[in-house]
Design a binder for this molecule. Structure first.
Ligand code: DX5
Ligand code: ZN
Length: 212
């Protein structure tokens, strides 16, 4: 079954608790928290304070996506704040294998993200060290962008390379492109706009869970 991880970036920041509760009540599996630093990506979002506040209220797994330069400086802070999954960008890490090992040592599940231009082969050596790969299906930095169909091939390539961990797609994901992503080997879907702006997220999540 595809796990559903709604991206909090699409929530109304003035009604964050209510909005997240609505996703949890609708049956989502994880919560995706996008952290942007204005350096690795041209936008700013949240910090460890939001992760800590979510951890205090919700017991659901927190899937934290660091879109920041020098992720090694902040991994410990986000794990202490309550991240269950910590995703770092292959393009940002100084020493990716060392960082993935450190994330695991600190008690979180390590995950690696690839920007659209970064090939799967770039992380061949790191694959045995990560429990998930996040394939960006838009340029990171903003919600509500158009899905890049050609990135489905990267999901397929990771499976061809023998990767058996979770594969997540993030950016422009919706009910129309999920069947193709699933066929390529995806098992975790991040949806921002598609779920937070939906009139019936419960029905949408049920439909995603029903994709074979
Ligand atoms: C983009 C973020 C995504 C984004 C997804 O940089 O990593 O998580 O919020 O939002 P949608 O689904 O609206 O593209
Ligand atoms: Zn994300």
């Amino acid at each position: 079954m595809i796990k559903v991880s709604p991206s909090i970036l699409a929530a109304d920041p003035l009604r964050m608790g209510e909005e997240v509760q609505r996703m949890v009540d609708a049956g989502c599996d994880w919560l995706h928290v996008d952290i942007m630093d204005g350096a690795f990506v041209p936008n700013l979002s949240y910090g460890p304070g939001l992760v800590k506040a979510l951890r205090g209220r919700f017991s659901i797994p927190l899937d934290v996506h660091l879109m920041i330069a020098r992720p090694e400086q902040y991994a410990e802070t986000f794990i202490a704040a309550g991240a269950d999954w910590l995703t770092v960008h292959a393009e940002a890490a100084q020493n990716l294998p060392a960082l993935l090992k450190e994330i695991r040592r600190l008690g979180a599940r390590p995950s690696v993200s690839l920007k659209p231009a970064t090939p799967a082969e770039r992380i061949a050596e790191a694959l045995p060290l990560c429990d998930m790969v996040l394939v960006m299906t838009v340029e990171p930095g903003f919600g509500g962008q158009r899905f890049m169909t050609e990135q489905i091939e990267k999901v397929r390539r990771l499976r061809e390379m023998g990767y058996t961990g979770h594969i997540q797609a993030d950016g422009g994901v919706n009910l129309d492109n999920l069947p193709l992503l699933r066929q390529a080997g995806l098992d975790v879907a991040v949806l921002g706009t598609a779920l937070y702006r939906s009139d019936n997220p419960q029905a949408d999540i049920a439909r995603i869970h029903a994709i074979p």
